[in-house]
Ligand binder design. Structure first.
Ligand code: GTS
Length: 227
């Protein structure tokens, strides 16, 4: 793709922030799959309105029936309504310059984000289905997952997963690593690059402010009280 075409594409995807209403997310009162989205938007200085849905309200089924895949989070950017948390992250990556410097980086970011999703799926299965019986086995196997990210980051050597700038996959991995540090505070001990990512992301002023805010701290990570 030529330079002009690339610039044109980027301009097409840039969201004029001041004139648009805030983004809106509809979700349960948990960090869950909205955590990475919240962190990314905070870092990008974007407002997010969150509409909380109780389990009782959800079980009535009316809202579920309007969700494309029958699940939340639901995300609204003006009249664009999105489901699927990774599609939402990609949308925000395109809107806020967190999707690589060119299509080659974008493809690598997609690949790494799919890797994050694989680990998140295992984590969610542990939390919701196997916490009491499977935690030890999960923690034993965890280094096998984490070392893939560590090895890739060692090659990139910028402190981010891909390229020299933060991408939506970094926010997603960061959020999931924070969950793992709660699950097992020593889980990153043998992973210097992942440890550095957590430190670096946590030190970004707007991310720090979000993580330290009482509103964010009081939201449980998961819906069943396990963490
Ligand atoms: N692939 C979807 C995504 O990434 O957004 C999964 C969404 C999902 O599993 N949502 C759950 C849900 O709506 C809530 S949570 O697991 O994200 O906390 N569950 C209610 C239901 O009826 O399925």
């Amino acid at each position: 793709m030529g330079v002009y075409a690339e610039l044109w594409l980027r301009r097409q995807h840039t969201r004029p922030t001041l004139t648009m209403p805030p983004y809106t997310a509809t979700y349960f009162a948990v960090k869950g799959r909205l955590g990475a989205i919240k962190i990314m938007l905070a870092d990008k200085g974007q407002e997010l309105k969150v509409v909380l849905v109780s389990m009782e309200e959800w079980q009535q089924g009316d809202l579920k029936a309007t969700c494309v895949f029958g699940q939340m989070p639901k995300f609204e950017d003006g009249d664009l309504v999105l489901f699927q948390s990774n599609a939402i992250l990609r949308h925000l990556g395109r809107n806020h310059g967190a999707y690589g410097k060119d299509s080659r980086e974008a493809s690598l970011i997609d690949m790494m984000n799919d890797g994050v999703e694989d680990l998140r799926s295992k984590y969610i299965k542990l939390i919701y289905q196997e916490y009491d019986t499977g935690k030890q086995a999960y923690l034993k196997d965890l280094p096998n997952s984490l070392c893939k990210f560590e090895t890739f980051m060692a090659k990139t050597n910028s402190g981010f997963l891909v390229g020299k700038e933060v991408s939506f996959a970094d926010y997603n991995l960061f959020d999931l690593l924070l969950n793992h540090l709660v699950l097992c505070p020593k889980s990153l001990d043998n992973f210097p690059k992942l440890n550095d990512l957590v430190k670096k992301m946590s030190a970004r002023p707007k991310v720090r402010a979000l993580l330290d805010s009482e509103a964010f701290k009081k939201i449980p990570i998961n819906g069943n009280g396990k963490q």
